[in-house]
Design a protein around this ligand. Structure first.
Ligand SMILES: Cc1ncc(COP(=O)(O)O)c(C=O)c1O
Length: 486
């Protein structure tokens, strides 16, 4: 979920130092083997304390970027800046398709809750990065103060105070959001499902990113709609040229996309593209379903704006939740449904799926305490470091030719394995070692991502997880050798 143009929260100083060094490496001004600037020199140059530079260098060492040599200083690691990024997707002329996952989906996720499995197959930050104590405290306080309200139904559109708090998250946006615009849902999944059912019916074509979040394909499958996969750039998101072409030749009923941090690519659509996308849709009177669940977990300095903030025609249904930023188990999501507001609310009412009262009230209490913003600052930093370290470890352990996404937010990596690797075989082999991963074929109805994996980096890099990446690298290397031999 995007907190739109929030007041600039000053990022930690050592964070700025890390970015400065990463930038030098990326631009080739610092090469593998080079000595990093001395603590004293950099502290003077950037106007920060020596302790800050030292803390930053230690972090960079932990992420595998720098290497400390006793008495000599810090040196750029051999692997730093040498990770292959995911190449741009080649343009393809995709046709709308029925989605047919059948039982594959259930088979793959049958182990999702097994605590013995290393959770690289999920897509969420570990609870170690969440404010467990303070949210629990808010929940207890709510139950004690309002026991009867907690036990009763809370019908759509949902708790007033919570809707006001959610509207406030958008207060710095160019578009004004009020509590009246917010419909509370049970997670973003329900928001996406209600939105799809509202704007399209069986047989309709829905344009989606490629690769796209598999649950979106799953919803399209269950609703009997057709998915039209639009090529998606690993950095800038859905290709507007490809979408334009599709509009010219097909009757597209809706576009479903995550302009802010897609899953699995982690790409971020530039602001001018978002504006253009919303304008293109307005010209054709086609609704857009925006999935904004990762929008608040961005890595850059500035909060990205939701596509909804460019929506002058009320055609965007913006769906989000606290699942990636706070508490997936509370199942609190929402949709800003624009001109479809009444239809969405009626649909939610019709299924009688009132969202949990306790969780709504507790979330409202937590948000109004002001702790959420502070938590987000910490979470963004933690996820950026987690993902950077994940990239480094995968690049070290996986066979040559592996390409890894460079997400601009979120917690997952999209990994392209050398041709010949079969993600389902690798998934099965990894499971033998109690390691979970998400096979790439789930991210397209065309099964085109056979040699891809999605890997979650949202869990602390402890010894078990680091070892698991090394084991996974071996599993991939063995699968590749076998494929080359056959
Ligand atoms: C892109 C994306 N959208 C939506 C969801 C679902 O969110 P929720 O748990 O709030 O239903 C997820 C969860 O993984 C996701 O990755």
């Amino acid at each position: 979920m995007t907190v739109l143009m929030q007041p600039q929260v000053e990022s930690f100083k050592y964070d700025q130092v890390s970015r400065y060094i990463n930038d030098l490496i990326e631009k080739g001004n610092l090469k593998p083997g080079d000595k990093a600037p001395s603590l004293r020199k950099l502290s003077k140059q950037l106007g920060v304390s020596i302790a800050t530079v030292s803390q930053s260098y230690l972090n960079l060492e932990d992420q595998g970027v720098l290497n400390a040599k006793p008495q000599s200083g810090f040196f750029v690691n051999a692997h730093a800046g040498q990770i292959n990024d995911i190449p741009k997707a080649a343009a393809t002329s995709n046709q709308p398709r029925k989605v047919r996952f059948g039982e594959l989906f259930e088979e793959i996720f049958s182990n999702a809750d097994n605590p013995r499995i290393i959770p690289f197959g999920t897509s969420k930050p570990s609870m170690e990065f969440m404010p467990v104590k303070s949210l629990t405290k808010a929940t207890k306080s709510i139950i004690t103060r309002y026991p009867k309200r907690c036990m009763d139904y809370c019908f759509p559109p949902g708790d007033r105070k919570l809707r006001e708090q959610i509207a406030l998250l958008y207060r710095h946006s160019s578009s004004w959001v009020s509590a009246e615009d917010v419909i509370i849902t049970s997670g973003a999944t329900e928001a996406l499902s209600l939105s799809l059912q509202t704007v399209a019916k069986r047989g309709d074509i829905i344009a989606v990113e490629s690769p796209t979040y598999f649950a979106v394909l799953r919803l399209i499958e269950k609703m009997g709609m057709l998915a039209l996969e639009i090529d998606t750039d690993p950095v800038t998101g859905m290709s507007l040229e490809a979408l334009q072409e599709a509009f010219d030749t097909m009757d597209i009923k809706a576009v479903l996309a995550s302009p802010n941090i897609s899953n699995p690519l982690g790409c971020l659509m530039p602001e001018e593209h978002k504006r253009e996308l919303v304008t293109m849709l307005a010209e054709r009177d086609i609704p857009m379903i925006e999935d904004d669940v990762y929008g608040s977990v961005y890595f850059g300095d500035k909060a990205p704006r939701a596509a909804k903030s460019y929506d002058l025609n009320n055609l965007v249904l913006s769906c989000s939740s606290f699942s990636k930023s706070l508490a997936p188990g509370y199942r609190i999501g929402w949709v800003l449904a624009g001109r479809y507001k009444d239809k969405v609310r009626e649909l939610k009412q019709a299924t009688f799926s009132a969202t949990s009262s306790v969780n709504q009230l507790a979330m409202a209490e937590f948000l109004s305490s002001g702790q959420y913003e502070r938590h987000l600052v910490r979470l963004r930093k933690a996820m950026r470091e987690q993902v950077e370290k994940g990239r480094f470890m995968i690049s070290k352990s996986f066979p040559e030719g592996t390409c890894i996404s460079k997400p601009q937010g979120g917690n997952v990596l999209w990994v392209e394995l050398p041709r010949g690797c079969n993600c389902i075989e690798i998934f099965n082999q990894a499971l033998q070692h109690n390691i979970g991963v998400t096979p790439g074929i789930l991210f397209s109805a065309t099964r085109r991502f056979k040699n891809y994996l999605r890997i979650n980096c949202g869990f602390p890099w402890d010894e078990a997880n680091e070892t698991a990446i090394a084991t996974l690298g071996k599993v991939v290397a063995d699968a590749l050798a076998e494929s080359n031999a056959g």
